[in-house]
Design a protein around this ligand. Sequence first.
Ligand SMILES: [Zn+2]
Ligand SMILES: [Zn+2]
Length: 422
Amino acid sequence: MELKYRAPEGMNDVLPESSHLWQYVEARWRDHCHRYGYGEIRTPIMESAALFERSVGETSDIVSKEMYVLERGEERFALKPEGTAPVVRAYLEHGLHAGGGVQKLYYITPFFRGERPQKGRYRQAHQFGAEIIGAAHPLADAELLAMVMAFFAGLGVPDSALQLRLNTIGCPECRPAYRDGIRQFGQANFARLCSTCQSRLERNPLRILDCKVCVAITADAPPIDPYLCDGCRTHFETLQGLLKTLGVGYVRDPRLVRGLDYYTRTTFEVVAEQGLGSQNALCGGGRYDGLVEQLGGAPTPALGVGIGVERTLLVLHALNAPLPEPPRLDAFVVAFGDAARPIALQIAQQLRMAGIACDLDLEGRSPKAQMRLANRTGARYAILLGETELQTATATVKDLASHEQTAVPQAELAAWIRQRLP
Ligand SMILES: [Zn+2]
Ligand SMILES: [Zn+2]
């Protein structure tokens, strides 16, 4: 068949054969976040485009090349290309700061970027997010990192399969001097840098540190440590001490920089040793102490994480982590003869109302075809309704594994099945 319509490139359908895996990791994320005192926030799928132009930055690749912009009359919207700015927008709009104290917000969201699709990178991808708004102390950074690693451990991913990479990028007080230091280093090695790095050296020199092409050159770049102000140094040292206390292992990665001014101090990512290929970052995050103010609020420290849902599933498959089976039916009702069909429908309805997962043929098929269907669905029991059963108001319940058959009064069917379900 010639297909007339296809899903947009890089956007995937999730079919019943795998949607139960999505439901599983989503449920784990919700449960995990509740355990750490988070409340769920749901924001619209699109926002004013200006929100991302202001927060992510008009010159960033995300905004300048990858964002899906929708125009309607005078208004310009964008499908969300990331999860944090909408949460901060909602935090300010609903006055969540009014009560004082810390807000812990989590979410599960799709996000949209017009990138070239490849394994682990899609134009519609999904993210587990968590944001802590209002906490400056490194206790918050430590708790967030421990929470992320515990989430993966809870999914059956061993520590040895992951690496937590940690860095600090200073603050608006101390980073300018470091930026100058990197710019000077870049100028001294200018001829060896790739053309992208050469062109961004003036505007955004820190980005040369995360360029994959220039890795060999930037290996000798100066580290940030001697540049850090007292506040940033103490923050980073305290955080590392707390991670030690919590038993959270990490490696220092001086290449983890963020190109934007509102990012401060802690940056991190978790990479998977296998399962993801070149897109091996499972999650990333850090502090963004400048963002709330940038979006019109009072200066408010904040930090957060985004975990790739598709990538998490790829890693779970690659590691053969325990995954649930698709949900199966408890029962399948089989009608022998047309007179039994309405009763079969009625019994199925009663069982469903009693919490039993149950199905039946909706096409008027023969008993033999119905039995085949019952077996194919993987149901535990077939409930057989023939002439004899109709006359005696009973049903023959057949265990489809052991083939054992039992006559059960129709009125007691639900109770009988429920007793035998795990
Ligand atoms: Zn600083
Ligand atoms: Zn480069």
